[in-house]
Design a protein around this ligand. Structure first.
Ligand SMILES: *Cc1c(COP(=O)(O)O)cnc(C)c1O
Length: 402
C-alpha cells in the first residue's frame, strides 16, 4: 500500500450535483433513537412540513410526500395524471428529460420527445409548433426539466407556460425541479406550473430518501378523472391525510422528518430569496473562474450563454488530460470530489472522460466555492493542464462585490 498523499488528510468536500453537502444541524437532528410513529412530536413535525415545503416551491397548491428518490417523484406525478395510452410531450435538454420520458413509457404512455441537444435550452417555437399541430389535444402533459443536471442547462419554465397559453393547449405543465428547488429561482404558481416534482437530497440538504409532488387544483381534477390510480402512488391521501400513516402509505421515513424539519428552518431562516441570491452569486464566481481558465486552455463551459446556466450545477468539458484525470487527482490528493460527466457520451466511449460537473447546490458558501476552485486550479497545476491565469482572482472579485 502506498502512503496517502500529504495534503489528503482533513475534511473531504463532496462537490457533486447531489447528494449535496448537508448542514451539521441536519445531521445532528437525525442522530437519535427510533421515535414513536403513533403519538408524540413526529406527528406535529410531519404536519409542519407541507406549509414550509410549499413556501420553498412558491405555491398555495398541494404537496404529497413519498419515501423515495427523484425517480419516485417522476413516477408519482405520472401515476396520478397519465393513464396507459395517454400522450406526453418531452422537450429534452439532457439525460434527465429522457429519464422522465422513459418512466412515462414504462407506465404505458405514448411519449413524443423533442430533443434540443445538450448545450442549448428548449426552443419555444418548436414546442409551440408541436402543440399547435396537436389539434385533437392528445398531448395530456408536457414533462419539462427545469435544470437538467447532466448538461446544467436551465430552461425557462415561465416561457413554456406562455407557449401553452398562446396556443391555447390544455396539457398539464409538469416541471422537474429535483436539481433546482432551493437553488435556482422557481415560482410554481406565478409561472403557471400544474405539477412539480422534487427530491430532498439536493437543494433541500437532506440525505436521499424523500420525494415530493406539488400539484394544483387543475392537476387534481385530472387525477380525479383517471380511470384508476395506484394506491401507493395516489397523491390524494398523502396530501390530505386523515391519519398519520396516510402521509407515506405506511411507516414514515422517521429520521428524514427531523432532518427535513431542520433543513427547512435553515432555508426559511435565511429566506428563500436570499438562498437564490447566494446560489446566483456563487455560480457567477464559478463561471468567472471557468471563463478565465478557458481563455488559454482546453476547459470549456458546456453552456455558453450565462442566462441558460443553472446556479446549482455546472457541466464542463475537458478533453486532454481529461475530466476523469482531474477528478481522480483532486479526489486522491486533496480530498475534493467532483461530479462525473453524465449522458454526454455513451457509456464505454472514451469521450465520456472528457466531461465533469461541479455541484454547488444547498449548503455551500463563499469559502467552500473558493476552496473548490482552488482545488481545481491545484489539479490543473499537478497535471500540467494549460489554462488562462487569474481564475481565482476573477472568482474572488465576484464574491467580494456580491
Ligand atoms: C437528481 C435528479 C433526478 C433523479 O433523482 P434521483 O434521486 O437520482 O432518482 C431527476 N431529475 C433531475 C433534474 C435531477 O437532478
Amino acid at each position: 500500500m502506498s502512503t496517502p498523499p500529504i495534503a489528503s488528510f482533513g475534511r473531504d468536500y463532496l462537490a457533486i450535483p447531489g447528494p449535496s453537502v448537508m448542514p451539521e444541524a441536519v445531521l445532528q437532528a437525525m442522530h437519535r433513537a427510533a421515535p414513536n410513529i403513533y403519538a408524540g412530536e413526529l406527528i406535529d413535525i410531519a404536519a409542519s412540513l407541507a406549509p414550509d415545503l410549499k413556501r420553498v416551491a412558491r405555491t398555495d397548491g398541494h404537496v404529497a410526500m413519498y419515501v423515495g428518490n427523484g425517480h419516485a417523484a417522476w413516477e408519482a406525478a405520472l401515476a396520478n395524471t397519465i393513464a396507459p395510452g395517454d400522450k406526453v410531450l418531452v422537450p429534452a435538454t439532457g439525460r434527465f428529460a429522457h429519464g422522465w420520458g422513459d418512466m412515462a413509457e414504462g407506465l404505458g404512455a405514448e411519449v413524443e420527445i423533442l430533443d434540443f441537444g445538450k448545450r442549448t435550452p428548449m426552443d419555444m417555437d418548436r414546442i409551440a409548433e408541436t402543440l399547435r399541430a396537436d389539434t385533437g389535444h392528445k398531448i395530456k402533459a408536457v414533462l419539462a426539466v427545469h435544470v437538467d443536471t447532466s448538461t446544467s442547462i436551465r430552461n425557462d419554465i415561465s416561457a413554456l407556460r406562455g407557449v401553452l397559453d398562446a396556443v391555447d393547449h390544455p396539457a398539464l405543465l409538469m416541471a422537474d425541479c429535483i436539481a433546482s428547488l432551493g437553488c435556482d429561482v422557481f415560482e410554481m404558481d406565478a409561472w403557471g406550473v400544474d405539477v412539480m416534482v422534487a427530491g430532498c437530497q439536493k437543494g433541500l440538504m437532506v440525505p436521499p430518501g424523500m420525494a415530493f409532488v406539488f400539484f394544483n387544483d387543475k392537476a387534481d381534477a385530472v387525477r380525479t378523472a383517471m380511470p384508476r390510480v395506484s394506491r401507493y402512488w395516489d397523491w390524494s391521501p398523502r396530501a390530505n391525510p386523515q391519519e398519520f400513516y396516510m402521509y407515506w402509505c405506511g411507516t414514515a421515513p422517521t429520521h428524514h422528518l427531523y432532518g427535513l424539519r431542520t433543513a427547512l428552518d435553515i432555508i426559511h431562516g435565511e429566506g428563500i430569496e436570499a438562498v437564490w441570491k447566494r446560489h446566483a452569486l456563487l455560480a457567477r464566481a464559478i463561471w468567472a473562474a471557468c471563463e478565465t481558465w478557458s481563455d488559454g486552455g482546453p476547459l470549456e463551459l458546456n453552456v455558453a450563454d450565462p442566462n441558460n446556466r443553472s446556479c446549482a450545477v455546472t457541466a464542463l468539458r475537458l478533453a486532454s488530460p481529461n475530466g476523469t484525470a482531474l477528478r481522480d487527482w483532486v479526489e486522491h490528493n486533496i480530498g475534493l470530489t467532483l461530479g462525473i460527466g453524465l449522458g454526454m457520451a455513451p457509456p464505454g466511449d472514451p469521450a465520456w472522460h472528457g466531461f465533469f460537473r461541479l455541484g454547488h447546490m444547498g449548503h455551500v458558501n463563499g469559502h467552500m466555492i473558493m476552496g473548490m476552485l482552488g482545488g481545481i486550479e491545484t489539479g490543473f497545476s499537478a497535471l500540467g493542464i494549460s489554462r488562462g491565469q487569474g481564475a481565482l482572482d476573477a472568482a474572488a472579485k465576484v464574491i467580494a462585490s456580491g
